[in-house]
Design a protein around this ligand. Structure first.
Ligand code: SF4
Length: 159
């Protein structure tokens, strides 16, 4: 069997609509990708979740807490390419509503933010790491996700 693209699917703050859309895409792409893509880390697929030597990580959601930030840095360290999928990951919106709260509301939620070590502002991925490509949309535009995956299959010499 030839080389497979080692792919991770990760989710941070959002409603997981982009990951659900990824599963929808598998409905029609799984046969095509079965001998080309190894989903080494994908909580949604309940696999072994291996973080080692990932070729491409697709990352959904905004970064809202210190825990998110540390995990994102770990993903970047272990991935040759990082792709921000969906507007939460690309710009923070719509999961960054609290960034726009008035001062009184911010004070009201401050104890919760502190308790769960949330960041002062909800941020997109590129506030902390280099992002190599994006798949826009809320949720992601399916043909764009497929195109990005297929471009990486070529770039990594799988197809
Ligand atoms: S971009 Fe939209 S669909 Fe994707 S996680 Fe954020 S809110 Fe959900």
């Amino acid at each position: 069997m030839g080389k497979k693209l080692r792919v991770g699917i990760f989710s941070f703050t959002g409603d997981e609509g982009c990951v659900i859309t990824f599963v929808e895409i598998l409905n029609y792409k799984i046969r095509d990708w079965a001998d080309k893509v190894d989903f080494v880390h994908a909580r949604v697929l309940r696999n072994k979740n291996d973080m080692a030597d990932i070729d491409v990580s697709f990352v959904e959601g905004a970064i809202a807490s210190d825990k998110d930030r540390r995990k994102l840095l770990e993903i970047r360290e272990n991935s040759k390419k990082v792709v921000a999928i969906g507007t939460c990951a690309i710009s923070g919106a719509p999961s960054n509503h609290r960034n726009f709260f008035d001062e009184a509301t911010r004070e009201e939620i401050r104890p919760i933010l502190q308790q769960f070590q949330h960041l002062e502002k909800v941020q997109p991925l590129n506030a902390f790491v280099r992002v190599d490509a994006v798949v826009p949309g809320c949720p992601i535009i399916e043909p764009t996700f497929v195109k990005v995956m297929e471009n990486y299959l070529k770039e990594f010499g799988v197809t």
